[in-house]
Design a binder for this molecule. Structure first.
Ligand SMILES: O=C(O)c1ccccc1N[C@@H]1O[C@H](COP(=O)(O)O)[C@@H](O)[C@H]1O
Length: 244
């Protein structure tokens, strides 16, 4: 009898101007600051996290970079890191992978330079995930400021290119503490056989339990941001909630 997999949790550490921040719906200027990114990441690690979802927001917005800081953070962590933000060409991809992160998450590049993404997938396999950041079923790139195509067409293309995994974010939910978009997750899982990491809207332990019910459909993990920083629950409580 096969054992049901447990939902993985990925606490998010989004970095802008050297600080850990949370945005609301990805809007520049909506940030709340939570201090030193390394301290935040180590706190999640010490609380039992197996993964950290680490984002360079300045690079995602194309307004700067926290590359050296993020490399330092990855170097000081023992847990797996999913690194994203501004990874759009060979130089940024090689620099990201050289940090020792477990995988990178490509957003804008998957919308704007599909040939390069196909080649990156061919070279790096499951070290590449693609972030499908959507409003409705319209994809968003460049710091979620530009529309970039239709979700299910892009998903079919990336599946054909061998993409190993998708990080699916409902932009309208992100940072709002209004609950995940479970129907979006179901729809994406129905359209691909690749694992899906859910992102956006988690507000409570019940939200995590609801996402965990989708593990048999293909949801592998959930990114948790604002709810942890706002202390809606602890990471220990979250890990316990999804452990059975
Ligand atoms: O995570 C956010 O809050 C966020 C807000 C606005 C833009 C991007 C955001 N996050 C992540 O950025 C990467 C994509 O970066 P790029 O497009 O490849 O440069 C992806 O993980 C988004 O989810």
């Amino acid at each position: 009898m096969s054992e049901t997999r447990r939902l993985e949790l990925l606490p998010a550490v989004d970095v802008a101007d050297g600080q850990a921040v949370r945005l609301v719906q990805g809007e520049a200027g909506s940030e709340t600051s939570y201090g030193d990114p390394l301290a935040a990441a180590l706190a999640w690690q010490n609380a039992g996290a197996e993964w950290i979802h680490l984002v360079d927001l300045d690079a995602a917005f194309g307004r700067g970079s926290n590359r050296d800081l993020l490399a330092e953070v990855v170097g000081k962590l023992d847990v797996k890191v999913e690194l994203s933000g501004g990874i759009r060409d060979d130089a940024s991809l090689e620099a990201a992978l050289a940090t020792g992160c477990r995988r990178v998450n490509l957003g804008t590049a998957a919308l704007e330079t599909p040939d390069w993404v196909r080649s990156a997938i061919g070279r790096h396999g499951d070290k590449i995930a693609v972030g499908l950041d959507v409003r409705g079923t319209t994809l968003a790139g460049r710091g979620w400021t530009r529309e970039g195509g239709e979700l299910f067409e892009t998903l079919a293309r990336l599946d054909a290119d061998g993409c190993a995994r998708y990080v699916v974010t409902d932009v309208n939910k992100d940072g709002t503490l209004t609950g995940p978009n479970l129907q979006l997750l179901r729809d994406v899982c129905a359209a691909t056989d690749r694992p899906v990491v859910a992102s956006g809207g988690v507000s409570s332990l019940d939200d995590l339990r609801a996402i965990a019910t989708l593990v048999p459909e293909g949801v592998e993990g959930a990114i948790v941001g604002k709810a942890l920083y706002a202390q809606a629950f602890t990471l220990e409580e979250a890990l316990e909630a999804v452990s059975r």
